[in-house]
Design a protein around this ligand. Structure first.
Ligand SMILES: [Zn+2]
Length: 340
């Protein structure tokens, strides 16, 4: 009876092991047959009931069946493991002779590139590069620059006022004041940086943009000096000789003040859409430092005078790269930035 059961089990379990389609299926069979509560364990418990003269023989048979099934199960499990390893090797195979993937090449923001170039130029001409706070006092942003409280220029520059009476600087010019206060004359400085205006944003207006400001305070500074430095700077920026002209321009902190135009680099002055057929492109504001500005910072205008200029770095970047929407520059869209 027990013998028949064991032989039958050996055959049926052997077949199930052989036919198992997966490691999980095989494990199921192993638990059912060879497990602690499996069929063989049950039979083993019942060995006490067999006749004493049969016990040794049946015990031996039981062990043989158990061993055979264990071996079959282990062998089958080994084949599954081997197949899994083969599949993994196939899937994770790499060609070590291929060139190693490089980290993507990054570059500086176009405004930073232009700022760096202009800084390098002015450093080579003996200028200091100064930085100043973006949150400014009303005094440094307006009063010390000859823009009194009643002055219409305050309305012209829509200002972000803060609750404590300070403001987000509307231009980089307050750094001139801080430079004069800290360093005194003679002085050669440039101040690049971020400025803020309370503007409605559209393709040509942003609430946040970049300027660079420059100033020289020395004895007997003239408009000729100013023109020389402006031509040198613009020639460097545009990487070609430029022709400039000055028109009267009003800025409260200079007297006389000028708008400086560059002869159109695209048409050479004949007229084209970029220069609106005029042959000239408006480039920057500049002039001789107003005596009131010098005086505010404790510099005697009878001894010292100076020139100053302010240039829109954001606009310059737009011109150089042919960008027609100012919002792209601060948008942080890599699809745009990676083209530059
Ligand atoms: Zn033109």
């Amino acid at each position: 009876m027990v013998e028949a059961t064991l032989n039958e089990l050996a055959a049926s379990a052997g077949a199930r092991i052989e036919q198992a389609g997966s490691s999980e299926e095989l494990e199921q069979v192993r638990i059912e047959v060879l497990g602690r509560k499996g069929v063989l364990a049950q039979i083993s418990k019942e060995m006490g009931k067999v006749l004493p003269q049969d016990r040794a023989r049946l015990g031996k048979l039981l062990n043989e069946v158990k061993q055979r099934l264990e071996q079959a199960s282990d062998a089958k499990q080994g084949r599954f493991a081997e197949a899994a390893m083969r599949a993994r090797l196939e899937a994770e195979w790499i060609d070590l002779t291929l060139p190693c993937p490089q980290p993507p090449v990054r570059h500086l923001h176009p405004i930073t590139q232009i700022q760096d170039e202009i800084e390098d130029l002015f450093v080579s001409l003996g200028f200091a590069v100064l930085d100043g706070p973006e949150v400014e006092t009303e005094y440094h942003n307006f009063d010390a620059l000859n823009i009194p409280a009643t002055h219409p220029a305050r309305d012209a520059q829509d200002t972000f006022w803060l609750d404590d009476g300070n403001l987000l600087r509307t231009h980089t010019s307050p750094v001139q004041v801080r430079g004069m206060e800290r360093l005194g004359p003679p002085l050669r400085m440039v101040a690049p940086g971020r400025v803020f205006r309370n503007e409605s944003v559209d393709a040509s207006h942003e609430h946040t943009f970049y300027q660079i400001e420059g100033m020289v305070v020395d004895r007997e500074v003239s408009v000729a000096h100013l023109i020389y430095f402006m031509k040198t700077m613009l020639t460097e920026i545009f990487r070609q000789e430029v022709t400039v002209r000055l028109r009267p321009g009003y800025f409260p902190f200079v007297e006389p003040g000028f708008e400086l135009d560059v002869r159109c680099l695209l048409c050479g002055g004949d007229g084209c859409p970029v220069c609106k057929q005029s042959g000239w492109v408006e480039q920057l504001g500049c002039g001789l430092v107003h005596p009131n500005v010098l005086r505010s910072s404790g510099i005697d205008p009878d001894i010292w005078n100076g020139w100053a200029f302010g240039l829109g770095l954001t606009r310059l970047a737009m011109m150089r790269y042919g960008i027609d929407d100012i919002r792209l520059l601060q948008g942080g869209d890599l699809r745009f930035l990676e083209q530059l």
